[in-house]
Design a protein around this ligand. Structure first.
Ligand code: MGD
Ligand code: MGD
Ligand code: MO
Length: 769
């Protein structure tokens, strides 16, 4: 016996147990996890870290001058107030905005991952509060993850969640795929994370099994680490943002050689007659052949041709990472990836066809549970208005102005109050200096947070929220058999309270407590959410634990439906009986709907549309701003595992030896990345694992402006979103384009400024010493 009282818990980075030993929290992964995730180790040091918010805080300027636009937002002091005081103040402000401006002036999109746990899911809580108590709010649609694909895929193939979850399973890859063309790779660092928490990380093992069977993995990416060693991949580097050209070059080679699957195209697709003339250059005089593609993407034409001609007759899987569509014209590689898989005739075959976003997250490529825990009912929103999620700065800066989205002519609403719980826009949004300006124009920003994130530091009212480890909940993902009784591991930090408690108290002050709580405490809600699982299992004649037995045991196990290849396999078997959810019921190589919108930045068939931001003399390098390996986004950046990955306290930027040498940059040296929008510091890692001409700086280092009072301060810590561009993918989807931008890099020779991101406001003097 180890003397530790282990308690079950879950997180987006895996199911685990934890207990206390000698005053320290010890975390161990679920025993059935073959490949546990290091991100779990951010938790122990995070729980009591000084970066936590310990009491309700109000910005001094807001307290003294009242709600309204304020240029000091983000550079002001905070005043500690008691819970009763702050709740009274906030209830009054909510009532004022509701009365003076109507609830269509409240933005409650509150995008973000927050934490695992079905009940305390912060976004569900805030939406339920705004609906049931306030009467509604302006919401956001789609995600930063899949901004472009979520809009284009339903027009041409089907919903992206359906596609990525269980049309191509890891089991099918391990057993059937012969060639995997992995555009953007399938990095293990990414599949380590899964919404809701999973008990098994199976990706490494599945790729190893496939490779041992002789499957060939081709990694098409600027970074070598985007496939694990176990895949034994060939690494094909290409200029970032040019995948569509490469795919067209492969397609052209196949068609020119008569090796495309004409029968498949005729039976299962529409619009070949409109696309083929473009591919072959009949319509615009430019054949999209391998030579043409090579000049754009940098892959030698011979290599493109050899790759293309090696594919026919093989079980080929084309995967396209989310990252490819988080860029200007991000709709195109998503569409062209599907068309390439169709040209190869592979869609709907086991381990073949199109694996959109397979491996981008741990919950893709899995079998689905036969029964599920319910999610919290968010009530009904009386406000119809919404924005595509990544248009937040535009919305705040341009009230009343028109914009296009998915065939609709829309107008930005006039927002007075923004309410955020469970997300960090100063992590996730692009062009942070522009975002700061946008937030300075509203009346009030309310934020519930565990920690003093940059978003909290721009808020007028900061309410300290518990972390998942400080409360009880149910952890479950629809694609992992283990449902977890999440037990509290620690007392709440300081005066932190559950989001549910905060909203219940506000609801009471606004005279709508019952509408929000339905008279239930947390445990009663957990029983409500568990009940549908219990009932469904019983209906199916499966043995099932009662709630009390489940809570006592710490977990319940739900059987899964065997993999059948999902809706694409069904469509292949019976195209008339199992049509796709597209207008034609078939794969749309040409979409009449999209063509009808008349967007030149997203025409009626996939096309190479040159990006408007390309390297120049001033900004000669591509920057890849991808997901971080040692944390989930910005969460627990102050935790041990994330901190261990920093060098000289700063985020690490990878640069090729050639580019480093040209700039006199040495491994371990602090560098400045800059472009026309902003600048940040980072520490260089000189490595041939990133292609020449590209530097990589992951997201998630907390924004740390050198002087928060300036309009355009340098971030001293390494947040790439001071550099990225705030522009939609196209008028079709208006998705986030944060993955790529252009920069210059130089050795930083000035005095090294201290990192203050983890020091709460009001304690700056202590950190600077
Ligand atoms: N440049 C660039 N930018 C990107 C991306 C990129 O590739 N490049 N990727 C984008 C993508 S795909 C995504 S999904 C977004 C992610 O963006 P976010 O989801 O906004 O990022 P997180 O850091 O996960 O933010 C979650 C926040 O919720 C807080 N939190 C956790 N639990 C609770 C709770 O119980 N209650 C409350 N009130 N708060 C809680 C955490 O402290 C944290 O601040 O970033 C996007 N941004
Ligand atoms: N550890 C960890 N895992 C995560 C997350 C996290 O924050 N931390 N976030 C999760 C979330 S919310 C999401 S949505 C997914 C995101 O999944 P993705 O968006 O797929 O993840 P990224 O790491 O941003 O990008 C994957 C790789 O694409 C490559 N790439 C970038 N641009 C291009 C290009 O133009 N062409 C090609 N061929 N390759 C390119 C980069 O080398 C990068 O490493 O990750 C999830 N997994
Ligand atoms: Mo995401």
């Amino acid at each position: 016996m180890d003397g530790i009282e282990w308690r079950t818990h879950s997180s987006h980075w895996g199911v685990f147990s934890a207990g206390w030993k000698d005053g320290e929290l010890v975390v161990r992964p679920h025993p059935s996890d073959p490949d546990p995730n290091g991100i779990l180790q951010n938790l122990p040091q995070a729980l009591r870290h000084q970066a936590r918010v310990g009491q309700p805080m109000v910005r001094r300027g807001w307290l003294e001058r009242g709600p309204g636009p304020d240029a000091t937002r983000g550079a002001d002091e905070y005043v500690a107030v008691s819970w009763p005081q702050v709740l009274d103040l906030l209830a009054k402000e909510l009532a004022r905005v509701q009365e003076q401006h109507g609830v269509a002036s409240i933005f409650g999109g509150s995008y973000g991952w927050s934490s695992a746990g079905r009940f305390h899911h912060a976004q569900s809580q805030v939406h339920r509060f705004l609906n049931n108590v306030m009467g509604g709010y302006v919401r956001s649609v789609n995600s930063y993850s899949a901004g472009a694909s979520a809009v284009i895929l339903p027009h041409i193939l089907g919903h992206y969640e359906q596609l990525s979850r269980n049309t191509i399973t890891w089991k099918a890859v391990a057993e059937h795929s012969e060639v995997v063309l992995a555009f953007g790779g399938m990095a293990l660092k990414n599949s380590m994370v899964a919404a809701g928490g999973i008990s098994r990380h199976i990706e490494r093992g599945s790729m190893a099994r496939a490779a041992e069977r002789g499957a060939r993995f081709v990694l098409i990416s600027p970074l070598r680490g985007d496939l694990p060693e176990e895949a034994r991949a060939e690494w094909m580097t290409l200029t970032p943002g040019t995948d569509t050209a490469l795919m067209l070059g492969i397609a052209h080679t196949l068609v020119a050689a008569g090796k495309h699957d004409q029968a498949f195209i005729e039976r299962y697709c529409v619009g070949w007659d409109k696309f083929a003339p473009y591919l072959l250059g009949v319509s615009d005089g430019q054949a999209k052949d391998a030579d043409w593609a090579a000049a754009i993407c940098g892959v030698p034409a011979e290599q493109i041709r050899a790759l293309a001609l090696s594919l026919p007759g093989k079980r080929v899987l084309v995967t396209v990472a989310h990252s490819l569509q988080r860029a200007e014209h991000g709709e195109q590689p998503v569409w062209m990836g599907a068309v390439l898989a169709a040209i190869l005739g592979q869609i709907g075959l086991p381990g073949g066809g199109y694996g959109y976003a397979l491996g981008a997250l741990g919950h893709t490529g899995r079998e689905t549970n036969i029964a599920a825990v319910a999610s919290l009912n968010q009530g009904k929103n009386s406000v119809a208005d919404f924005i595509p999620v990544a248009r937040i700065s535009d919305m705040l800066l341009k009230p009343g102005e028109p914009y296009e989205y998915n065939g609709q002519h829309r107008t930005y609403p006039d927002i007075k109050l923004v309410y955020w719980a469970g997300g960090n826009p100063f992590h996730h949004h692009q062009d942070l200096n522009r975002l700061r300006a946008a937030f300075r124009g509203i009346d009030t920003l309310v934020v519930h947070e565990n920690a003093w994130t940059a978003t909290a530091r721009h808020a007028d009212i900061v309410l300290p929220a518990t972390m998942t480890a400080e409360r009880e909940d149910i952890g479950s993902s629809a694609v992992d058999p283990v449902v977890v009784a999440m037990k509290p591991l620690a007392e709440p930090f300081g005066e932190a309270r559950d989001d549910y408690w905060i909203f219940s108290e506000l609801a009471r002050r606004l005279g709508k407590e019952q509408e929000f709580t339905e008279g239930r405490d947390v445990r009663a809600w957990l029983r409500v959410l568990y009940a549908p699982l219990e009932k469904r299992m019983a209906d199916l004649g499966q043995p099932v634990l009662s709630f009390d037995e489940f809570w006592e045991a710490g977990e319940a196990v739900v059987p899964q439906t065997p993999d059948t290849g999902g809706f694409l396999a069904a469509f292949r078997a019976d195209p008339a009986g199992e049509p796709l959810p597209t207008p034609s019921g078939k794969i749309e190589i040409f979409s009449e709907t999209i063509a009808g919108f008349g967007y030149d930045d997203c025409p009626g068939h996939p096309a190479w549309l040159a990006p408007t931001e390309v390297p120049s003399a001033e900004e000669p390098l591509h920057l890849v701003a991808n997901q971080p390996a040692t944390r989930l986004h910005s969460q627990l950046d102050f935790g041990g595992h994330s901190q261990d990955s920093k060098r000289r306290g700063r985020e690490v930027m990878c640069i090729h030896p050639r580019d480093a040498e040209a700039r006199g940059i040495e491994d371990g040296q602090v560098v400045r990345l800059f472009n026309g929008r902003g600048a940040c510091l980072a520490t260089a890692r000189v490595t041939p694992d990133v292609m020449a001409g590209v530097v990589q700086l992951p997201t998630g280092a907390w924004y740390d402006p050198i002087d928060p009072g300036e309009a355009n301060p340098m971030c001293v810590h390494g947040n790439p979103n001071v550099l990225t561009r705030d522009k939609g993918t196209s008028r079709l989807a208006q998705g986030c384009t944060g993955q790529l931008t252009t920069v210059q890099v130089e050795a930083f020779t000035g005095n090294l400024p201290p990192i203050r991101a983890f020091v709460p406001p009001g304690m700056e003097a202590m950190a600077a010493e």
